[in-house]
Design a protein around this ligand. Structure first.
Ligand code: HEM
Length: 524
């Protein structure tokens, strides 16, 4: 909370607070601030009785036993009437926008006190701070309620992200970073932007802690736009790239047929050329298309040739006559805009072919590496967020008269969570370094296997972390509001990463198949 927005300029003594100790005149202290909760009591979700018990008192300990710190930042402006005298300079319990968490392991090691990183340098530090501040100020305040209400992000939100380069950044380094009309955060120059800056962006999106709404914020763009930029004609890449990067239009990737799933080679949607040769006519259905319900563009996998991978092409289809979408009720938030896409004789200009006809499978596979790596960055950041929640909770929650963290069984759980999250982080940074130093084509050749295995490990770890987090939070982990809400939300989304972009089973198989390719006298 910035000082400018802080209504607590008035200095109030503890004595003065203690005189406001009745139901009709009720002040409390939390941290260094004084709150007048007289009117608020009757709206308090935990009831007025609990608040009355601490009227006129320092309620800091009681408060933190029951709430997340962000509850206070939400109500601070409305209820705060001053600061306790002599404590004006004490550190605020709120993080300033962009500030790092002081909880151990809440940030990756590059950001930990006294640590150094071979990968993250000055530009990354400034960039992370600015990106986080942007999210803290513009996105996080609407994220929880949008996730809960299933409200899709508006075009205005997309435009906001576009203006500061956060749509472009999710494509990775490339000429699109210099799209006119965007100004990168943290004073970063387009030519300085690398894969580690991109990693930061994916991580900060995930740190919001609302997987459904966060997917609504452009998961479709991250996987849908790269094929246009890499395999579309120059004109198409320029036009669509600009519109999507600036947030004026939304895009999604429509590969999965209801019947094919991970078995992409067997998809059945068709595209037939018109006799004049100028259009394709597309027919078929796609399912589980993230952002499909509000997308303007659909990068669609279609069958243009015979059976198997040799008959697949990739087409950019605009929302137009014959194309309709219908929302799917998923376990995570409808804010992700997950949808069916129906194609009924949709006419698509041949110039919208991405790559070559019947060679779409290659484009799809090349795109998968980036998608899987992006999933890893986001999922492991969410695991880390859960870890932070658990550390804070175990520290503040008292059971049997002692903080939860004083129980060896809880410390043991936390130790395994930390060890696993940090392992994935380090492997991810290594892979990111390889990506940074390989061409897009070389990445497809050399990193498909390692990225697949990394994704497998990452989503296994996420499920382990989530399972332990549930045990640590107990009933709160299955409650949509309150202390365990981040854990609860992740329970409804954890399988997303384990299935999308290739299931864990496919990832394991691909990883080993790729490795076997390089065996001398390979037997597979
Ligand atoms: C500025 C003062 C306060 C505000 C703004 C506030 C706000 C809230 C909110 C929003 C909730 C709903 C759950 C959540 O989202 O976390 C809640 C629940 C609750 N609050 Fe407060 N609260 C305040 C002070 C207190 C105090 C001083 C106590 C106890 C002495 C207290 C005890 C509780 C309890 C017991 C619950 C229910 C928790 C649960 O269901 O697990 N609150 N409060």
């Amino acid at each position: 909370m910035s000082q400018a927005a802080d209504p607590s300029a008035k200095i109030i003594s503890r004595d003065e607070v203690s005189r406001h100790n009745t139901e009709n005149d009720c002040w409390i202290i939390v941290d260094k601030y004084v709150y007048d909760v007289t009117k608020f009591q009757k709206f308090h979700p935990g009831g007025k009785w609990v608040i009355n018990q601490v009227a006129g008192q320092d309620a800091t300990e009681a408060f933190y036993a029951m709430h997340r710190a962000d509850v206070l930042s939400k109500y601070h402006k409305r209820l705060c009437i001053g600061v306790v005298s002599g404590e004006e300079k004490a550190k605020s319990s709120f993080l300033e926008p962009g500030e790092l968490s002081a909880v151990p392991y809440a940030e990756s090691s590059a950001w930990a006190p006294a640590h150094k990183s071979p990968f993250f340098q000055e530009t990354h530090f400034a960039f992370r701070k600015a990106v986080r501040a942007f999210f803290d100020e513009h996105i996080t305040p609407i994220a929880v309620s949008s996730d809960e209400d299933g409200e899709e992000p508006s075009v205005e939100v997309y435009k906001k992200l576009g203006k500061v380069g956060l749509n472009a950044a999710r494509m990775g380094p490339g000429p699109w970073m210099a799209t006119p009309g965007i100004e990168l955060l943290g004073g970063l120059k387009p030519q300085e932007f690398d894969c580690f800056h991109e990693m930061i962006v994916h991580e900060e999106f995930a740190r919001i802690g609302t997987p459904g709404f966060t997917d609504g914020l452009g998961a479709g763009l991250v996987i849908g736009l790269p094929p246009v930029l890499h395999f579309g004609t120059k004109d198409l890449a320029m036009k669509v790239g600009r519109e999507v990067i600036l947030g004026e239009k939304r895009i999604c990737l429509a590969i999965t047929d209801p019947g094919a799933g991970s078995d992409v080679a067997n998809l059945s949607a068709t595209a037939e050329k018109t006799p004049c040769g100028r259009f394709y006519i597309v027919n078929g259905v796609k399912k589980w298309i993230t952002n499909g319900s509000f997308a303007d563009y659909f990068v669609t996998a279609v069958r243009t040739g015979g059976k198997g991978i040799g008959g697949i092409s990739l087409l950019l289809v605009e929302r137009s006559e014959g194309l309709t979408t219908k929302k799917i009720k998923t376990s995570y938030s409808p804010a992700a805009g997950t949808a069916y896409v129906f194609y009924d004789n949709v006419k698509v200009p041949v110039e919208n072919l991405l790559g070559k006809e019947n060679q779409g499978f290659r484009c799809i596979m090349a795109n998968f590496n980036h998608e899987r790596w992006m999933i890893v960055c986001g999922v492991n950041r969410t695991s880390r967020l859960l870890l932070e929640e658990c550390l804070k909770w175990a520290n503040q929650r008292k059971v049997f008269g002692k903080p939860l963290i004083s129980q060896p069984v809880i410390r043991n759980k936390l130790a395994h969570m930390v060890a696993q999250v940090e392992s994935v982080q380090n492997w991810t940074e290594n892979i990111t370094f390889q990506m940074q130093n390989m061409s897009y084509a070389d990445q497809a050749k050399h990193l498909a296997g390692p990225i697949a295995l990394l994704k497998l490990q990452c989503t296994r770890v996420a499920q382990f972390v989530l399972d332990e987090a549930c045990q640590i939070f107990g009933g709160r982990a299955i409650t949509r509001t309150g202390m365990g809400q981040v854990v609860e939300r992740f329970q409804r989304a954890v399988k997303f990463g384990a299935i999308l972009g290739g299931s864990e089973e496919i990832m394991a198989d691909l990883g080993i198949r790729q490795a076997v390719k390089n065996f001398p006298n390979a037997k597979l």
